[in-house]
Design a protein around this ligand. Structure first.
Ligand code: BDR
Ligand code: CA
Length: 331
């Protein structure tokens, strides 16, 4: 299986990268490229962050490029209060040169074949919508798209009805659902908010990371997110939306879903970014989404534990990754 990750790291996006790099080290996936979308912080800053995390994860060679600087039609809003001024909580990625050929990376990947290619978007869908408009023939070839976003029959986290990724670029979200060539696996807040990380679990992960350079920084990255969740009344813990999304995309955790037709409100101020899912066929439109309705969260954390062990082994120069891969497959 091959993966394109389009993300806006972002603290929970960072957890998604940590998992994908472990999976790539272990040979479970090929990580074709990482591109960034403007959301939690601007796309260039996201690329700086992603590049640093890829390096800490031992894969600085993964092709990386920053995507579009702003949403399709509205101004960019970022969220330093949630992810910190530079997007990585109390940590800071070193400055780096940022490439901008993100759509070339996507095209190259798509041209290698799309039967086993999974595009995972864990930020606003600006790049994906722009790609659909600019490169319709390549967009039409995508078979597997998984998206973190939306609040479906569930309270929003940005307005009473809208989730952050959809709210930041509502026109992009609406366009992608209108144009998608295949049903999108949609991991929305009702499910991803269940992927809760506690300080105790974080300490265990840091311990499992052993000598990986990540171990030095994960606490500083995550502590900011714990504090944010506490400030907004959700307790001293953190929702790791994007990690669960990646695990669902890869089919590594058990989950339930319903076929649905999803649309996103883009133009009204009150309902901006609100996602609506027709679960009863009232619109008489073809389903364009597989709406994830539940996921086996413990299994997801089990995979993250495995990822930390992989990173520890990589740091220790232990080549016995095949063993880890089988060990997980047998569980
Ligand atoms: C989403 O918003 C972002 O802040 C997170 O990274 C996640 O992708 C959750 O609403
Ligand atoms: Ca994100």
């Amino acid at each position: 299986m091959r993966v394109i990750l389009d993300c806006d790291p972002g603290i929970d996006d960072t957890y998604a990268i940590i998992f994908l790099t472990a999976a790539a080290h272990a040979g479970l996936i090929e990580l074709d490229c990482v591109t960034t979308t403007s959301g939690n912080v601007p796309a260039d800053q996201c690329a700086q962050n992603a590049g640093w995390i890829l390096g800490l994860c031992g894969l600085p060679i993964i092709p990386l490029a920053a995507g579009l600087p702003a949403p399709l039609e509205v101004e960019l809003t970022t969220t330093p209060e949630t992810h910190g001024d530079t997007g990585l909580g109390y940590a800071n990625a070193p400055a780096r040169h940022v490439e901008h050929d993100w759509d070339t990376l996507w095209i190259d990947s798509i041209e290698r074949g799309t039967d086993d290619l999974h595009l995972i978007v864990t930020g606003p869908m600006t790049n994906l919508a722009a790609f659909a408009h600019a490169h319709p023939e390549h967009f039409a070839k995508l078979r597997h798209i998984t998206v973190m976003g939306g609040a479906v029959n569930y309270p929003g986290n940005t307005t009473p009805s809208a989730e952050w990724n959809f709210w930041v670029d509502p026109h992009a979200a609406a366009d992608v659902f209108a144009m998608t060539p295949a049903p999108i696996t949609l991991c929305s807040l009702g499910v991803t908010e269940q992927m809760l990380l506690s300080p105790g679990a974080l300490a265990e992960f840091v311990d499992k990371l052993g000598g990986s350079p990540l171990a030095e920084h994960l606490e500083a990255i995550t502590r900011f997110y714990f504090e944010f969740h506490e400030e907004v009344g959700q307790g001293y813990q953190a929702q790791i939306h994007d990690l669960l999304t990646v695990l669902i995309a890869l089919g590594l955790v058990e989950y339930t879903w319903k076929d649905a037709t999803v649309d996103v409100e883009a133009d009204s101020q009150l309902m901006r970014g609100t996602s609506v899912a027709d679960l009863r066929g009232i619109w008489e439109r073809e389903p364009n989404a597989r709406l994830v309705t539940g996921a086996y969260i413990e299994m997801a954390w089990g995979w993250f534990t495995w990822a930390c062990e992989v990173h520890a082994k990589i740091a220790a120069g232990d080549a016995a990754l095949e063993e880890l891969r089988h060990q997980r497959a047998d569980d």
